[in-house]
Design a protein around this ligand. Structure first.
Ligand code: MRU
Length: 345
């Protein structure tokens, strides 16, 4: 099997998701700036996974500081490291959630001796990773209750082990249903332009032995209208307190198609994906990515140079199109404002 990200005594190790499914290459990062670059350049991607990477990047940054640093310089350096992590990707709130958690730990232990600070900062990053896997398994266990035997499930992008600390959110629900013995099949949207569905989700499902059928994004409506899809399960990058969900571009269109065809539309995400500071999806910053992802497939040009291009990486699905949000704390349904509000601590 593979792993997405791992803390080692020598640095942070990650599988290079840009090279999948052709090559399984692991890189070892020993500098926090390189971890930030890896997040920015999509070596690691997926909301929970980039949160874990940012936490481990911060831990590496602190670990590498000189032992005789003054408290004042330590704080300055720590803030600098956090700011570098913050600048990597704007949409997935798990990144900012993880940075805030590392900050809280830092200020809790700041008065201790530096050896102890390093130890506790590293422990916190490892804990964020472990907790994410635990949440995924719990979500899977809870979410599989919504999946019936013999169902065909459509998923979009990659919300699997590769997008998380391990196991997956949307794919975690699918995996759990499979592990409980349900005979299911998965339709995987290829997910243009970056092809996370074709390259990553189908790779994970083939490895797991779960029956998977790859389709291009524009085929989803066709299969829904023919009654071949029983439900949609996707992950999330940020959830507003009214239940609006930002996820990979194309998720909104799928939700509209699902509603039109009376198909349940489920979102699986840990509570760390809820942004308790925003009221609706319109407040979520949407990352605009390089035009090259649209005009090229790998090195191959598929559009003329002079054409204008837009490449928003995410869209927002209104909560009115969402049947349920599966979290590690339970299944949330309408009215989302009230039910999400209950999770606030
Ligand atoms: O641009 P990406 O690949 O980081 O986008 C990932 C997604 O949109 C996932 O669906 C989302 O992060 C959920 S992952 C558990």
């Amino acid at each position: 099997m593979f792993y997405t990200i791992k803390w080692t005594d020598d640095g942070v190790s990650m599988i290079d998701q840009r090279l999948l499914p052709e090559e399984e290459v692991y890189h070892l990062y020993k500098d926090y700036r390189d971890v930030a670059k890896a997040i920015k350049e999509m070596v690691i991607r997926g909301a929970p996974a980039i949160g874990i990477a940012a936490a481990m990047g911060i831990a590496i940054g602190v670990e590498k500081l000189s032992d005789d640093i003054s408290k004042e310089d330590l704080e300055k350096e720590f803030i600098k490291i956090c700011n570098v992590m913050k600048e990597t990707r704007p949409t997935a709130v798990n990144l900012f959630w993880a940075i805030e958690r590392m900050k809280k730990k830092f200020y809790d232990v700041m008065e201790k001796d530096f050896k102890e600070i390093k130890k506790q900062i590293i422990e916190e990053a490892k804990k964020i990773h472990e907790e994410d896997i635990f949440c995924n398994r719990k979500m899977g266990h809870i979410g599989q209750l919504l999946i019936k035997d013999n169902w065909t499930i459509l998923t979009h992008c990659n919300a699997g082990a590769l997008a998380t600390g391990g196991y997956g959110t949307a794919i975690g629900v699918i995996r759990a249903a499979w592990e409980y013995g349900k005979k299911i099949r998965v339709f995987v949207d290829e997910t243009r332009p970056y092809l996370q569905g074709a390259r990553l989700t189908s790779w994970e499902l083939v490895k797991l032995g779960i029956p998977a059928t790859l389709i291009t994004d524009n085929m989803a409506g066709y299969f829904m209208s023919k009654g071949e899809i029983d439900c949609v399960v996707v992950g999330a990058d940020r959830i507003a307190t009214n239940g609006d969900v930002a996820n990979k571009i194309g998720t909104y269109s799928l939700s509209v198609l699902a509603k039109e065809n009376n198909i349940p539309f489920f979102v699986a995400a840990p509570v760390s994906t809820i942004d308790f500071n925003i009221k609706s999806g319109s407040e979520i910053p949407i990352e605009e990515r390089d035009r090259r992802e649209v005009t090229h497939i790998k090195e191959r040009v598929i559009a003329p140079e002079g054409v204008d291009v837009k490449n928003p990486a995410f869209d927002v699905t209104p909560s009115s199109n969402i049947t349920a949000i599966i979290t590690e704390k339970g299944i949330l349904k309408y009215p989302y404002e009230i039910n999400i509000g209950k999770l606030r601590n």
